[in-house]
Design a protein around this ligand. Structure first.
Ligand SMILES: [Zn+2]
Ligand SMILES: [Zn+2]
Length: 144
């Protein structure tokens, strides 16, 4: 499904009007695979001279998260990061505690072990959050 149709569909379901501003927010999130907070997304929209208010950005992100189009990441620093989820393969994240770099990974073995553990515990997994935190070995990282 095209991203405009998908947005129209979820807004309709929530009795919210489809607007150019909401489309701009969704397009902005789809334009990159970075993990950004709402303020970063708002600033990019401002830079592109789009006329979207901060309130619209926050509210639209909230609707997108609740409808599974956007993933919200909680990295334990009080700043939620967001990424497009539509059509993106499942992945987990490694976070550098110094430069806050976020790297995506996907490991079949870990995925399978998680399923197996859940099964042994009498659960059927609906979703999981798997995050690793550490110090990156990048020479440009401020911790070096
Ligand atoms: Zn780092
Ligand atoms: Zn990601």
């Amino acid at each position: 499904m095209h991203n405009t149709d998908k947005l129209k569909q979820i807004l309709h379901k929530k009795n919210l009007r489809y607007t150019q501003q909401r489309q701009e927010v969704w397009d902005e999130i789809c334009s990159t695979n970075e993990h950004r907070d709402a303020e970063d997304i708002y600033n990019s929209l401002r830079k592109r001279q789009t006329n979207v208010s901060r309130a619209t950005v926050y509210r639209t992100i909230d609707v997108l998260v609740k409808n599974n189009l956007v993933r919200r990441l909680d990295l334990g620093d009080g700043r939620s990061r967001f990424e497009n989820k539509m059509g993106i393969a499942h992945h987990d994240h490694i976070v550098c505690l110094d430069c806050r770099k976020i790297v995506e990974f996907m490991n079949e073995e870990i995925e399978e072990i998680q399923e197996q553990v859940a099964k042994e515990m009498g659960f059927e997994i609906v979703r999981h959050v798997h995050q690793l935190f550490g110090h990156c070995l990048d020479e440009k990282c401020p911790n070096k």
